[in-house]
Design a protein around this ligand. Structure first.
Ligand code: M6R
Length: 587
């Protein structure tokens, strides 16, 4: 939520660099944007409602400066207005702040600082006023240190003070990464923002601050003491974070599933065995994540049960707190997150740790907070995922869960074989003919306001995930159900022509799902069957390969495409759905 970017270095077009960086962070928030710099001792500011992707870079090219910072916003406090766009300033407009997170005590601080001096409705503005207050009697660095000590809540901030040629950033709870280039430094919410300039990074941890001038100095926020950080080299290629030949990141990332499953399962055998052993040894194992990652945890619950005959409990991270009574030092929490920064997941981890339980994670962003705060972390290696709707990360998460389940019963090589087969079959289905067919199905259902999806056993979580995909990018009211639950209520929603998607695998519950599909059809539903085999009940048959227990990995792919095409055909931008942001770093 919200992207922040700061630059200081040898380039004299810092504002252009910052705007370009913000364009790469736009997936984190896109209701308004802003950029600021010290131009010959004067604060230059441009901030407004709208998308930073629509800004022309050349408009900033002639503004010669080597220091700048900016922000792309996902509104939390205060409506979407020019005044509420970041950066925010102190009364004299000398100190500028960009912020990601929520300052919980902003109202109290605003009263203290004189609320008549404020020009926005944001929580962020208090930070600038607070720093200005302390700056009167302190050097800039101490003023920032003193100010952040007064803040409650979560933040990643970058601060610029006119006349002082350095940037200061601090973090508690929201991500901030320092890119170290050749004579230049980048401060950003996520790595793709500066990947074209450097792959060397320092991750700022909670309660740390960094002062960027001719070098970088890391400090503890509480004590002000210097700290040493490890430089990490990131093996992502800059192009992997670009759209390339595709109109949207969502489609590009769906298509990347031709390769991502193989990358996900290319893991050190010892690491997989270690995780499998930890799950086996635990007394009470929980799987937890949010949104799509949560649905993948649910799929994991089925894989562990069906393959390893081991019961694990899935709980959405935002609900995990209530399970604290069941946690003890022998318990294990396995969390799944694409971004590795989701606030609800971090909270679940804190709950588990407070009871002495261990935490394992499956993340896509290496070095992310969740990865660093876990006792052990596996990297799913899907590469940068920029579209708000998670696609390739989710199938990689499932692949790894299935692999772990097989490792738990000493069948790791068989698990690999199954997944190599899945990868090759996904490669086959993602062909132009398949895409054209899915688009034609999307055309038929795009004007309906409701759609229902059913699945059973390991495909029940996929029905829930399908609903998220369709809801978030196409704004169609979609709901997923366990196929057998329909007759207990939801079937009342079905009327003539209602699109209903039935996820049918060649498994022991196949006939049950077909029977439930027939019940839908009898109420007039328009049936889209996703299945290796056709059936008379289907009005549309989307043929998927038969991959046995791994069926969720292939069944979800046509749904991702369907959601994508419905959005595009409705004239929507699937990469930037309304009200959403890629990484939810607030609770
Ligand atoms: O980065 P995470 O995997 O922790 O994110 C979790 C959810 O916010 C995320 O999966 C969300 O539901 C996606 N928009 C779904 O496509």
């Amino acid at each position: 939520m919200c992207g922040i970017f700061g630059y200081l270095g040898k380039k004299d077009n810092a504002m252009e660099v910052v705007v370009k960086g913000l364009q790469k962070l736009e997936y984190r928030g896109y209701d308004s944007w802003g950029v600021t710099s010290d131009l010959d001792g004067e604060l230059f500011v441009e901030k407004k409602v709208g998308k930073v992707s629509e800004v022309k870079l050349e408009d900033f090219r002639d503004k010669k400066t080597s220091i700048a910072m900016g922000h792309t916003r996902w509104a939390t406090h205060g409506g979407v207005t020019d005044a509420n766009a970041h950066p925010h300033f102190d009364t004299e407009r000398k100190i500028a702040v960009v912020h990601n997170g929520i300052i919980e005590n902003f109202q109290e601080l605003k009263e203290e600082l004189g609320k008549e001096n404020f020009v926005s409705d944001t929580d962020t503005e208090v930070i600038a006023h607070l720093i200005a207050k302390y700056r009167k009697d302190n050097p800039f660095k101490e003023a920032v240190l003193k100010a952040v000590k007064k803040l409650k809540g979560r933040f990643a901030i970058v601060v610029l003070n006119v006349g002082e040629n350095y940037l200061i950033a601090a973090r508690r709870g929201s991500p901030l990464i320092v890119g170290i280039g050749d004579g230049e430094y980048f401060l950003a919410s996520d790595i793709p923002a500066f990947l074209e300039y450097t792959q060397d990074v320092n991750y700022l941890d909670d309660n740390e601050m960094v002062v960027v001038d001719g070098g970088v100095e890391f400090l503890n926020l509480e004590t002000g003491e210097p700290i040493k950080k490890r430089l990490v080299n990131i093996d992502w290629q800059a192009e992997s974070a670009e759209k390339g030949e595709y109109d949207h990141f969502m489609l590009k990332e769906i298509m990347e599933q031709k390769e991502t499953i193989l990358r996900a399962i290319n893991q050190d055998e010892d690491d997989i065995m270690h995780v499998a052993q930890k799950i086996r040894d635990s007394r009470g194992c929980f799987l937890s994540g949010c949104g799509t990652a949560g649905k993948m945890c649910m799929a994991g619950e089925y894989f562990f049960s069906m393959i390893a005959h081991r019961h694990v409990n899935y709980a959405p991270s935002s609900e995990f707190k209530i399970y604290h009574h069941f946690l003890r030092p022998e318990s294990l929490l396995v969390v799944i997150s694409q971004s590795g920064e989701t606030a609800d997941v971090l909270e679940a981890m804190n709950v588990a740790r407070s009871k002495g339980a261990k935490v394992l994670s499956l993340v896509n962003v290496e070095g992310s907070t969740i990865a660093r705060q876990s006792d052990f972390s596996l990297h799913i290696k899907a590469g940068p995922e920029k579209a708000v709707a998670s696609t390739k990360a989710s199938t990689s998460q499932m692949a790894l869960l299935l692999l772990i389940a097989t490792a738990m019963i000493g069948e790791l090589q068989e698990g690999r074989r199954i997944l190599v087969d899945v990868a090759s079959k996904i490669n086959d289905i993602l062909n132009p003919r398949f895409l054209t067919y899915i688009k034609s199905v999307a055309e038929k259902i795009k004007d309906h306001e409701n759609a229902y999806i059913i699945g059973k056993a390991e495909n029940y979580p996929m029905a829930l995930e399908a609903a998220i995909k369709i809801q978030e990018v196409s704004y169609v009211h979609a709901q997923g159900f366990a196929a057998g639950e329909l007759k207990h209520g939801p079937i009342a929603l079905v009327t003539e022509g209602t699109p209903c998607i039935s996820l049918v695998a060649n498994d022991e519950v196949r006939q049950d799902v077909i029977n439930n599909t027939i019940e839908l059809k009898a109420r007039g539903a328009y049936i889209i069957g996703i299945s290796p085999e056709n059936d008379d009940v289907f009005d549309e048959w989307i043929k998927v390969p038969d991959v046995g227990v791994a069926s969720p990995l292939v069944n979800i792919i046509p749904i991702q495409l369907l959601a994508y095409y419905i959005a595009v055909l409705r004239g929507l931008d699937p990469d930037m759905p309304r009200n959403l942001a890629k990484s939810v770093t607030v609770k």
